[in-house]
Design a protein around this ligand. Structure first.
Ligand code: F0G
Length: 438
């Protein structure tokens, strides 16, 4: 029996139910976020499901080759869905021995979501959200973004033949991300203010139904992103790591991992969930403050600041869902400094793995979690790298040339910098430089 789905308010005291194709982003009764949920607990045969998913990898059908739609039994669509795919997902899980040494952990693997078609994890959610836009007959899709959501939406909207409007904070998005959105033909609207201002105004704009909003407030985005948990479990032969560490910005990704593992557990595909920990940049860490200072109310950070521009967010939309993931798995929420992010990024690089600064919060976070004993000797750890190195090369070049500065002009030390060497192009000089390599 195929699984059937509906939308439900996440607030236990409300729990209002809505049709799967009702066009709304939050509960119309209490204003809380929505989950896509099963109408009744499904019963599946774990082994046959695993085999179906694995067999699809040998197919040439785009939906089978997609690392999202390969798991379509757990996605809220029927066989008629007008799937919009760029063959996203199926991303590598790398061993990272130098990063493991740096963190003093025995085993560290990096799930590199930067290997997606537009270079970030957003594609796994966007393929589903844009497919739902087609189901609903939307004409215009829209988002607010620090750059990656925009690039991803622009690409999927182009594939789907939909108009695309994106709102980005003026002057705060990396050139590479902006270039992607322009090239894919989106209308790029540069707004005065930060990401949170863009998010506020796009939510107001989408109220009348004229735009289909695909930020992670949209539960269909989370449905796509949850498949990364399934893919990761499959890559580990269904043996779950002790710890999963994820960067936190708008907090959709950590929410999605929680949902993915929760469903796998309910279906009997895994025996336990990993501890899910979320790492925020120190200057943009309202979630960490809420959790660690035991605040009664969630307080937005009015002036978020970090060079990891992807997570420069002060009013994360999905904090309640992320809190659920962290609490139920007994994970942690922590912060890391700009220096720690920069150094961790360079260490990841030395493993031959290139990520953007926001992704490197994970490795610096793991180092801290190990130092304070939360990660124990012998435990297995997976970090999620969310974006590709080429998303922000200005940052990388500045770090290696020892000229990287924080927004309040503090110099970042190039602890592991690898600056280029200027040499005259003659054989003797080159030989003497190269002999110094050892
Ligand atoms: N890492 C990267 C590379 C990102 O682009 C983002 C979010 C995050 C981490 C944080 O993920 O929001 O799910 O907690 N980028 C969004 C954007 C906000 O607009 O591209 P999150």
């Amino acid at each position: 029996m195929p699984i059937t789905f509906t939308q439900r308010c996440i607030e236990p005291d409300c729990g209002s139910i809505f049709g799967l194709n009702d066009l709304l982003y939050v509960c119309s009764r209490c204003g809380e976020l929505l989950d896509v949920v099963w109408t009744e607990p499904p019963s599946v045969d774990p082994d046959s499901l695993r085999n179906v998913w694995r067999d699809r990898m040998t197919s040439f059908e785009p939906a089978d080759r997609s690392g999202v739609w390969r798991f379509r039994e757990l996605l809220p669509f029927d066989g008629e869905a007008p799937i919009v795919t760029l063959e996203e997902g199926n991303t590598p899980l790398y061993n990272a021995p130098r990063s493991a040494d740096y963190c003093h952990v025995d085993s560290l693997q990096l799930k590199h979501q930067g290997a997606n078609p537009t270079g970030s994890f957003k594609d796994t959610g966007m393929t589903v959200a844009v497919t739902q836009a087609k189901v609903l007959g939307a004409r215009v899709v829209a988002c607010a973004s620090t750059g990656n959501t925009a690039a991803s939406l622009a690409a999927y909207a182009a594939q789907a033949g939909l108009l695309c409007a994106i709102l980005v904070p003026d002057g705060q998005v990396s050139h590479a991300k902006l270039a992607q959105s322009l090239d894919y033909g989106a209308k790029v609207l540069e707004i005065e203010g930060n990401f949170d201002s863009c998010m506020r105004v796009i939510r107001e704009l989408s109220d009348d139904g004229s735009l289909y909003l695909v930020n992670s407030i949209n539960p269909f985005r989370i449905e796509g992103q949850k498949t990364v948990a399934i893919e990761l479990a499959e890559q580990l032969d269904w043996q779950i790591p002790d710890h999963l560490v994820v960067p936190g910005g708008n907090l959709g990704n950590s929410s999605a991992f929680g949902k993915g593992f929760r469903e796998l557990l309910a279906l009997g595909l895994i025996e336990r969930m990993p501890r899910i920990s979320v790492v925020q940049a120190e200057g943009a860490a309202p979630f960490a403050a809420y959790v660690n200072e035991h605040r009664e109310e969630f307080v937005d950070e009015p002036h978020p600041s970090t060079l990891a521009s992807a997570v420069k967010i002060g009013a994360p939309v999905s904090w309640k869902k992320a809190l659920r993931a962290v609490s139920e798995t007994e994970g942690q929420v922590l912060t890391v400094t700009e220096q720690e992010i920069a150094d961790a990024k360079a260490v990841i690089g030395r493993d031959g793995i290139g990520c953007e600064p926001a992704s490197a919060t994970t490795v610096s976070g793991i180092r801290k979690l190990r130092a304070k004993g939360f990660i124990k000797p012998g435990e297995t750890v997976v970090a999620v790298l969310t974006g590709h190195l080429l998303k922000d090369t200005d940052y990388v070049n500045k770090y290696h040339n020892n000229s990287l500065e924080t927004e309040d002009t503090q110099r970042i030390q190039g602890t592991f910098s690898n600056p280029p060497i200027k040499v005259r192009g003659n054989r003797d000089e080159l030989r003497s430089v190269l002999s110094a390599l050892g």
